[in-house]
Design a binder for this molecule. Structure first.
Ligand code: CTP
Ligand code: MG
Ligand code: K
Length: 170
């Protein structure tokens, strides 16, 4: 494989995923307002999503993703706002689906679910970018990025825990 082309594919993926990464991280710091499920329970008696998914988190995530998209638009001189919105929205939906799955298998809010916790937003962003933006990326770039995101997620969450932004280090 041509290294320069692979480098270009990685950079392209990075530009499209960065708004999603920021949209995913912002709710940890800026959240609030009622929980998305409004406290409602599923038929199994457990919460639909739980208190870890709030409207404030969705709102702050979308806004932060759009800010990154605006900055990118200026840097690469190409309007990235729609792409940033789709990627951020997909990231937050992916995170929501992961919480739904966690509640259905009986995991409490904040309990660790390895791989799911770290990659939910990334898969959500990629799926949304494909479905609503027609974007397809180099699969090897996507896989390498998954490993990088996993490592970055573990590191930043540990730091957020040390800074007392999170109660658990995952
Ligand atoms: N958060 C939020 N709204 C969202 C996503 C995240 O308010 N849509 C905030 C919550 O304060 C949440 C924190 O960001 O606790 C960390 O997010 P995450 O790790 O995804 O949630 P958990 O608390 O671990 O809950 P779950 O078990 O459902 O993943
Ligand atoms: Mg968590
Ligand atoms: K998550």
């Amino acid at each position: 494989m041509d290294l320069i082309h692979f480098g270009y594919d990685l950079l392209k993926l990075f530009i499209f995923i960065l708004p999603a990464m920021v949209a995913n991280g912002t709710p940890v710091i800026v959240h609030g307002l009622p929980p998305i499920d409004m406290g409602k329970k599923w038929r199994d008696g457990r919460r639909i999503f739980g208190d870890g998914k709030t409207w404030g988190g969705i709102l702050s995530g979308i806004i932060a993703g759009l800010i990154i998209g605006s900055i990118e638009s200026v840097i690469i001189w190409h309007n990235m706002l729609y792409d940033a919105f789709i990627a951020s929205f997909g990231a937050l939906i992916g995170d929501l689906i992961a919480s739904f799955i966690k509640r259905r298998i009986g995991l409490e809010r904040g309990a660790p679910a390895p791989l799911l916790d770290q990659l939910d937003f990334y898969v959500g962003a990629l799926v949304f970018l494909y479905l609503f933006d027609g974007k397809i990326f180099n699969i090897y770039a996507e896989l390498l990025f998954a490993v990088l995101i996993y490592a970055l997620h573990r590191t930043t969450n540990y730091m957020a825990y040390k800074l007392k932004l999170k109660n658990v280090p995952w």
